[in-house]
Design a protein around this ligand. Structure first.
Ligand code: FES
Ligand SMILES: [Fe+2]
Length: 355
C-alpha cells in the first residue's frame, strides 16, 4: 500500500572501532606510518582505539608495543630511543624490542628485574614503504602487491593524513565510481558519463575482490584518455585500483594505486596511498602524487560531512543501494562476515539487495 512502511525488522550490527573491538578486526593489518616517519624518535599511533608506540630496534627493524609503561603508565611514545630500546620519559625504565625491561635506573644496573616489567608487543611490518601494525593476533600478512617485486615499477608513498571520517565511509567511497562526476568534478570527473556500466564482481587474486571496467577520464593535463581498470577491495579497509592506459602518451603502460585506511576510532581514520607505475620513473614525487592528492581532498571534503559509521546491515537502516553500488555492497558483506566469524554468537542479518 502506498505510504505503508515495510514491517521487516531493523537489524543493526555495531562495528566498534574503539572500546570492545571485534577480534576479527584486531587480527588485521593497518598502515600507521610512512616508513620515513619512523626514524630516531618513537612514534605514537592509535588503531581501533588502542594506543601504540613504535620505534626501531638495534637493526633498524620497526617494533611496536602498547603505549603504556608498566611502572606508572606513562606513554612511552613521549620517551626516547637508546640503542634500539625505548626509554620511558618518567623514571627511565628501558625496554628492548622483545618488550622485556632491561634497566630500572632507580634499582641500579645489577638489580633483578620484576618479571611483570615488560611491554605487550604487537606485530609490525615495513612493507611498500609504509609501516603496518596488527593490534591482535595476525590472521595473515599485509595485502600482496605483486608489482612491488617487479623492477620495472617504481613506488611512491604519499605520507599519512588524518580524516574525520569513519573507515567504513572511506572504504565504501573508494569502491564507488558513481560519485566521480559530482565529487570529482574538479579533477577526473568533469567529463565522466554518470551512467555506471554493469559491475561484475570477481576474485582478482591475492585476496582482492573487485571488477574490471573501461573508462575515459581526464588526466592531470585535462586530456581525455582511455583506461582499462580494475577496482578491488582487500578486507578490511584496503582498496586497489589498477590502470592500463589505452590511449594517450602512456598507452600500454600500467599503474597501481593502493588506498589504505586505518580506523583510529569510530569517527577518525588514518589515510595514505601508494602508487606504483612502470613509466615516467624519474618524475618528482610531488608531481606524481599531486593529482591523486587533489582527488583525495575532494573525497575527504565530502566524507567529513557524513557523521558516524556506514551501517553494515541493510533493510530498514536507511541506506539504499543500486547496481552501481555492487562492489561496496560486496565489501560490506565481506566486512560483516569477517566480524561475525570472530563474534560469538553470530548475529543474524538479512541479505543485501539489490546488487
Ligand atoms: S612510568 Fe615509566 S618508568 Fe615510571
Ligand atoms: Fe572519490
Amino acid at each position: 500500500m502506498p505510504g505503508t512502511k515495510s514491517s521487516s525488522p531493523v537489524v543493526t550490527l555495531a562495528v566498534m572501532f574503539s572500546g570492545d573491538v571485534n577480534e576479527g578486526l584486531l587480527a588485521q593489518w593497518y598502515v600507521v606510518a610512512d616508513a620515513g616517519d619512523l626514524a630516531a624518535d618513537p612514534l605514537a599511533a592509535t588503531v581501533l582505539g588502542r594506543s601504540f608506540v613504535l620505534w626501531r630496534d638495534r637493526d633498524g627493524a620497526p617494533t611496536a608495543a602498547t603505549d603504556r609503561c608498566p611502572h606508572r603508565e606513562a606513554p612511552l611514545s613521549n620517551g626516547r630511543v637508546d640503542q634500539g630500546c625505548i626509554v620511558c620519559p618518567y623514571h627511565g625504565w628501558t625496554f628492548g624490542a622483545d618488550g622485556a625491561c632491561e634497566l630500572i635506573p632507580s634499582a641500579g644496573p645489577s638489580a633483578p628485574i620484576p618479571p611483570a616489567a615488560r611491554l605487550d608487543t604487537v606485530a609490525v611490518r615495513q612493507q611498500y614503504g609504509v609501516i603496518w601494525l596488527c593490534p591482535g593476533e595476525p590472521a595473515g600478512e599485509p595485502p600482496l602487491i605483486v608489482e612491488d617485486a617487479d623492477p620495472t615499477y617504481h613506488r611512491w608513498t604519499a605520507g599519512m593524513e588524518t580524516w574525520s571520517a569513519s573507515s567504513t565511509r572511506m572504504t565504501d567511497n573508494f569502491c564507488d565510481v558513481a560519485h566521480f562526476p559530482y565529487v570529482h568534478a574538479g579533477t577526473i570527473g568533469a567529463d565522466t558519463d554518470p551512467v555506471v556500466d554493469t559491475v561484475d564482481i570477481e576474485e582478482l587474486g591475492d585476496g582482492f575482490v573487485g571488477y574490471r571496467y573501461s573508462v575515459d577520464v581526464l588526466d592531470e593535463h585535462g586530456e581525455r584518455i582511455g583506461q582499462d581498470m580494475s577496482t578491488a577491495f582487500h578486507l578490511p579497509f584496503t582498496v586497489r585500483s589498477n590502470t592500463r592506459y589505452t590511449s594517450g602518451p602512456r598507452s600500454g603502460q600500467d599503474r597501481v594505486l593502493l588506498l589504505c585506511t586505518t580506523p583510529v576510532d569510530d569517527n577518525t581514520s588514518l589515510f595514505t596511498f601508494i602508487v606504483w607505475r612502470n613509466h615516467d620513473r624519474d618524475v618528482p614525487a610531488d608531481e606524481v602524487l599531486a593529482f591523486d592528492r587533489a582527488i583525495g581532498a575532494e573525497d575527504k571534503l565530502m566524507l567529513e560531512t557524513i557523521p558516524g559509521a556506514l551501517p553494515l546491515a541493510t533493510g530498514n537502516d536507511g541506506t539504499v543501494s543500486v547496481k552501481a553500488d555492487r562492489l561496496s555492497v560486496r565489501w560490506r558483506q565481506g566486512l560483516r562476515s569477517l566480524v561475525q566469524s570472530a563474534a560469538t554468537p553470530p548475529a543474524p542479518l538479512p541479505a543485501d539487495s539489490p546488487a
